[in-house]
Ligand binder design. Structure first.
Ligand SMILES: O=C(O)C[C@H](O)C(=O)O
Ligand code: SF4
Length: 514
């Protein structure tokens, strides 16, 4: 087993940087179904480009490399204690090399362990089996989509869909609701794994196990197969679209499994995974520890940038693309007030990252520098330091809604003119944008290589004590593109898409699987 640690390392690198073939084909099918001239079409082409860049650079597809979760099947007699130690060592090395972001945070103190090790991280599930080889699988599921997982206890009353009973039709309603409630916040278009039954813990486990199925497999259970097909067709009529921009493609995959339950319990658990659906696996020689073969087809030969064939004609309601506006920082109130939802903004100058720890801190402290006219980027990058200083390895946006309790106040307090993130923000922020004169820009979630390339230099950093993802990085950018989705005139694309998708959800209220 001398090579086992090296094999785990290779698995981590492959999972983080090279999206497998079945996932790539699903994204390509999504691209073919979306009108390329819409905002969602633009988002999908950025995603496609990002997938290729990550493979070329051997860098993370998304900066959030998630909760590393290993599932290991071992032959009888294999030494699981030694394997665990090797997995830890490989995780440390992959973090040091910038293939994983340091993501393990003490829940009470907020301190980041820096190497992805800590109580409960990484997650490792061992199982014995009667085969000769070791089956080692890894999924890197990020925090934003993890937050969109949802568990239903039937019977239930569901927003937009009414009563959901303890039967196949009730399950159908739960799954549609799960896709609806995620909106664009889990970086749609997504993949869902559904677990029917179990208890609260095993139900979620079953849902996550479904994510290890091949995207193109066929469910052996005829009822579940029908349900999967129904969900794929129906969820894509909800109009949530890529990044919640509205559009034809909301869901790229749906896998459903069932297990027994207690008479009193009936759970439907849904694990939502973003388009950056990173999972891979390998069969490993139990004597040498070498990789014998990969378990999911490599994505390397599935091109993402090929022009999509047979793109349908633009749907009548296709949102028009707005203007393209170049903004040099610092930005004036007048410049921001001229922007409208739909405009594409290209930023040049300095921006500052800030997420949960920083927003909380700024509520009752001063900022370390003048933020008048500044741009705040909701982003927790992957950073590496060498003799020349810090370098950005991956830097896409994080889910902005977590900053909703703070954002309005902070905008006004410091004179910030633009906030960049993803998934949109709520009514308080919208009101503050209007009162103070500021704008919310939606960047493409997961496009961490695409945005890293726009960053020319790291000008400095504050609050390193918050850990790398939460620190305030001062970044010099050029050509950083994002779309205005909330403007200073009270318009919010997110509010519109949420309202429209709810109306569409209501169309699926009537029983289908009676
Ligand atoms: O933590 C991040 O960088 C992003 C997160 O996965 C998110 O989707 O909000
Ligand atoms: S930012 Fe988006 S793509 Fe990245 S892990 Fe979070 S949900 Fe997934």
């Amino acid at each position: 087993m001398k090579q086992f640690e090296e094999s785990v390392y290779r698995l981590i690198v492959e999972t983080s940087t090279n999206l497998p073939a079945d996932v790539r084909r699903a994204v390509n099918r999504g691209r073919a179904a979306e009108d390329a001239a819409t905002r969602a079409g633009l988002a999908l082409s950025t995603i496609a480009q990002n997938i290729e860049m990550a493979e070329q650079e051997v860098s993370p597809i998304c900066q959030d490399t998630g909760m590393p979760t290993f599932v290991v099947h071992t032959p009888v007699g294999a030494n699981q204690i030694e394997m665990k130690k090797s997995i830890y060592q490989a995780v440390i090395r992959a973090t040091r090399d910038g293939k994983l972001r340091p993501n393990s945070v003490d829940s009470l103190t907020g301190s980041n362990s820096g190497d992805n090790l800590g109580p409960g991280t990484p997650v490792i599930h061992f199982e014995q089996w009667e085969e000769d080889d070791i089956d080692l699988r890894l999924i890197l599921k990020g925090g934003g989509c993890e937050n969109k997982n949802i568990q239903y206890s039937l019977p239930a009353e569901l927003e937009g869909l009414g009563k959901a009973g303890r039967d196949l039709d009730g399950i159908r309603k739960c799954i549609l609701h799960a896709v609806y409630q995620a909106q664009g916040q889990g970086c749609s278009a997504g993949f869902i794994g559904v677990g029917i039954g179990g208890d609260r813990t095993t139900g979620y486990e079953l849902a996550k196990q479904q994510l290890f199925r091949h995207a193109e497999d066929i469910n052996p259970h005829p009822d579940l197969q029908k349900l999967e097909e129904y969900v794929m067709e129906t969820a894509n009529q909800l109009g949530i679209g890529t990044m919640g921009f509205g559009g034809e493609v909301t869901l790229l995959g749906c896998k459903i499994g069932a297990m027994n339950r207690l008479p009193a319990s009936f759970f439907v658990s849904v694990a939502y995974n973003c388009w950056a659906f990173r999972r891979q696996g390998a069969l490993i020689d139990p004597v040498t520890g070498d990789i014998r073969s990969w378990l999911y087809e490599s994505g390397s030969h599935v091109a993402m940038n090929a022009e999509t064939e047979a793109a349908p004609a633009a749907p009548a309601e296709a949102p028009e693309k707005g203007r393209e506006v170049v903004l040099q920082t610092p930005i004036s109130e007048e410049q921001v007030r001229s922007l409208r939802v739909g405009d594409v903004v290209i930023i040049r100058g300095e921006m500052h990252t800030g997420r949960d720890a920083l927003h909380k801190h700024l509520m009752d402290h001063d900022a370390p520098l003048d933020l008048n006219g500044a741009v705040i980027y909701h982003c927790g990058p992957v950073m590496l330091k060498d003799d020349e200083g810090w370098h950005v390895k991956a830097a896409g946006p994080t889910t902005s809604s977590r900053e909703e309790p703070y954002q309005g106040h902070i905008l006004k307090k410091f004179g910030i003119r633009a906030v960049i993130g993803k998934g949109g923000m709520g009514a308080n922020t919208l009101q503050a944008l209007q009162e103070h004169g500021a704008v919310y820009l939606n960047a493409i979630g997961g496009a961490a290589q695409y945005y890293a390339e726009c960053i020319q230099r790291v000008n400095g950093v504050d609050f390193m004590e918050f850990g790398i993802p939460e620190a305030m990085w001062h970044l010099q950018v050029d050509g950083f593109a994002a779309i205005v989705t909330m403007d200073s005139h009270g318009n919010s694309l997110h509010a519109d898409v949420s309202r429209d998708s709810k109306a569409k959800l209501e169309m699926f209220k009537e029983p289908v699987f009676a």
